[in-house]
Ligand binder design. Structure first.
Ligand SMILES: Cc1cc2nc3c(=O)[nH]c(=O)nc-3n(C[C@H](O)[C@H](O)[C@H](O)COP(=O)(O)O)c2cc1C
Length: 463
């Protein structure tokens, strides 16, 4: 049977999906996808998988795709990061029987993607992208799709989208933020860019960014003319977003835990991270249970903490509304990132407000891209000394190490200095004192990356 293309693919295979759950490392796993589908999501993406590892490691394939096969979990798009046409094709061939399309991640802005040379850092390599997409389009039996970030210039973004379309991309997700809009500088996504792309290409387009309520979905579709919208953080904090509901947190948490039990195995750290996000506002108040949630080592333990949070919410009388939240803290609601303390102009931190240590100057250059223009020698020198490449968004600070008392804490962003932190070898996300994904956690993507790239010192998600 001929492969469906573009709008026909969207209509027939994706059943005109409008409500889409984003690819999310460690978070768009099978159980979460099933929960989201029960509450209105019409299409889901797997977390980003590393093409190279997928090709060479049968366990990785089994753990991340083959063991997650489930009839109810369709339509499904498998996402890869890759930077080699052949490797991408081989990975996609091994995945295509388990999903409805293969997506190429061209949007990841994290430093790890920069070092691994994938995601948004391929944004300027149009010849390479053209080869990757056209080869996949030619050889795969399922369509190839791409997820991109925008350039500052609308016109360049449009040419970029047209290039991908011409290469054979059958559906495009446009995240309306630039490469630099990440971490504390995430800010608002530009629907203007998305609208311009929608008007310029003849394939379906999904809009990504600024989706926290069902009303945002309708407004986005109206303003941009896209076929569907994709949500990541909005969905993590309210999996019933696409139903236009804001349920009690425990309703979602308990249903999620039930799905996790029905479809094992689900990595404990994923479950814990989901509970942390769902209970985010309540945990600000019940700090003791925050610690408990971080410590427990079993699914039953996590369920028990969630139940205790529910009981506390249900008996609570006073102090139910915080000054800043639209709903009581136990209602699923958008999480709005705190505004950075530093003044931000045009997406760049005002350099004057940062202490200009050598590390921070380097980090700034790294984040605003000016490091790319450094001489080859300088770049080489820097990559040999990765410890100095701190990301300013993570605000590396000198803090007293809780364990050894070192007043400078080895510039560690966590509350233990790197030396102590290493010794402790955190096993789970939440074991890490700041609840970040600690680099010392045996985390698949970090382990994988460590083979190719220098392990850096800040968390996976907020950079
Ligand atoms: C926890 C988390 C993990 C993510 N992992 C991926 C990923 O694997 N692949 C990808 O293309 N984008 C990933 N993203 C980015 C989202 O897909 C999305 O583009 C971004 O969060 C903007 O959407 P939002 O404004 O709805 O959050 C991730 C985002 C979050 C919050």
């Amino acid at each position: 049977m001929a492969k469906l293309q573009g709008f026909e693919f969207w209509r027939k295979t994706l059943k005109e999906a409008r409500y889409v759950v984003a690819p999310m490392v460690d978070q768009s796993e099978l159980a979460w996808r099933l929960l989201s589908r029960r509450h209105g999501a019409q299409l889901c993406y797997t977390p980003m998988l590393h093409a190279q590892v997928f090709v060479r490691d049968a366990n990785y394939r089994r753990e991340n795709l083959y063991s997650e096969v489930c009839e109810e979990d369709r339509p499904l798009i498998t996402q890869f990061c890759a930077n080699d046409p052949e490797v991408f094709l081989q990975a996609a061939l091994l995945a295509q029987d388990y999903c409805d399309a293969i997506d190429l991640n061209l949007g990841c802005p994290q430093m790890i993607a920069k070092r691994g040379h994938y995601g948004v850092f391929l944004q300027d390599e149009w010849d390479l992208l053209e080869k990757m997409v056209s080869l996949a389009n030619e050889k795969l039996k399922v369509p190839i799709t791409c997820k991109i970030r925008v350039f500052k210039e609308v016109e360049k973004t449009v040419r970029y989208a047209q290039m991908l379309e011409k290469a054979g991309c059958q559906l495009l997700t446009v995240h309306g933020r630039t490469k630099d809009q990440k971490g504390a500088m995430t800010g608002i996504a530009s629907w203007e860019h998305i609208k311009a792309v929608r008007q310029a290409v003849n394939i379906p387009v999904f809009a990504n960014g600024n989706i926290q309520h069902l009303s945002d979905v309708e407004r986005c579709i109206q303003e941009t003319g896209v076929q569907g919208v994709m949500s990541a953080e909005g969905n993590l904090h309210n999996p019933a977003l696409f139903e236009g509901r804001s349920p009690a947190v425990w309703e979602m948490a308990e249903e999620y835990l039930e799905v996790v039990k029905r479809y094992p195995p689900c990595t404990l750290s994923y479950v814990r991270a989901h509970l942390f996000k769902l209970w985010h506002h309540t945990l600000q108040i019940h700090q003791d249970l925050r610690e408990e949630l971080a410590k427990v080592k079993t699914l039953e333990g996590l369920a028990d903490v969630s139940k205790q949070l529910r009981l506390r919410c249900q008996v609570q009388t006073g102090n139910i509304l915080s000054n800043t939240l639209p709903f009581p803290h136990w209602i699923c609601q958008p999480y709005v990132r705190p505004v950075p303390k530093e003044t931000v102009t045009n997406g760049n931190i005002h350099a004057s407000v940062l202490k200009k240590t050598v590390c921070q100057k380097r980090a700034l250059e790294d984040c605003d891209g000016s490091a790319d223009t450094l001489s080859k020698n300088k770049q080489k020198k820097r990559s040999r000394n990765p410890k100095k490449n701190f990301c300013p968004e993570q605000k590396p600070k000198y803090i007293k190490c809780e364990q050894c008392g070192n007043p400078k804490g080895n510039k560690c962003v966590f509350s233990l200095c790197r030396g102590c932190c290493k010794k402790k070898a955190y096993k789970e996300v939440a074991d890490c004192p700041s609840n970040h994904l600690c680099v010392h956690k045996p985390h698949t993507h970090w382990r994988v990356e460590a083979v190719h790239a220098v392990v850096s010192t800040y968390c996976v998600h907020s950079c």
